[in-house]
Design a protein around this ligand. Structure first.
Ligand code: GRF
Length: 205
């Protein structure tokens, strides 16, 4: 373990199960990283409650309180900076991020998507996978760029799709993998083991 842990700020809009997986991994000493701040655009997001339970500062930043998206995101950037955040983790954050956030944390924002990118970008990825009829789906952790769900892939995990799957059963199978690979990707970043070359991300052994 390094002396100085990577300071993570998590943006979440909903139940926050990925946030929980990251907090748990950190508390179990599996991460050279700690969640120092949670921000939600939704006042009653369960993610904020999870933060509270772990003594992590949580803030609701309401987009409606701002003139436009730029000012809203500037408020997020300010809050992240106030807490000296070095890695921004999107975990079920249901808004498209703009260049305000991306340029403020260039190369240091990651997201998890419940499909094997570049397949099934956007909303309802699990439903898209079922409707398409793929035999395998999964999840992808990737760097965030202005190209939605199109940034360089860090880690992926694969799950089978069964004939009797529903959106719920497939989502649950994928979510189990999300909770594994998101902390793993964060640990790789904390250890400085990722090297980006264009679209490719190499893991330094
Ligand atoms: C996950 O399926 C994640 O892949 C997607 O949004 C969902 C968030 O779930 N980006 P949770 O809030 O982390 O439980």
């Amino acid at each position: 373990m390094t002396q100085h842990k990577l300071r993570i700020g998590v943006l979440a809009s909903g139940r926050g199960s990925n946030l929980q997986a990251i907090i748990d991994a950190s508390e179990q000493g599996k991460l050279d990283a700690e969640v120092v701040l949670v921000i939600s655009d939704v006042s009653d997001a369960y993610a904020l409650e999870r933060a509270r339970k772990h003594g992590i500062p949580g803030f609701h930043i309401n987009p409606k309180d701002f003139k436009n998206k730029k000012e809203y995101e500037e408020a997020i950037v300010n809050k992240l900076r106030e807490h000296d955040v070095r890695l921004v983790v999107l975990a079920g954050y249901m808004r498209l991020v703009t260049n305000v956030l991306i340029s403020a944390f260039e190369g240091n924002i990651i997201n998890i998507h419940p499909a094997l990118l570049p397949s099934f970008k956007g909303l309802h990825a699990q439903k898209q996978a079922l409707e398409y009829g793929v035999r395998y789906s999964g999840c992808s952790v990737h760097f965030v760029t202005i190209d939605v769900d199109g940034g360089p892939v860090i880690l992926q995990a694969v799950v089978p799709v069964f004939d009797n799957d529903t959106e719920e059963t497939l989502s649950a199978r994928i979510l189990e993998k999300e909770h594994i690979i998101y902390p793993e990707a964060i640990q790789l970043i904390a250890e400085g083991r990722l090297k980006r070359e264009g679209k490719r991300v190499f893991i330094i052994q």
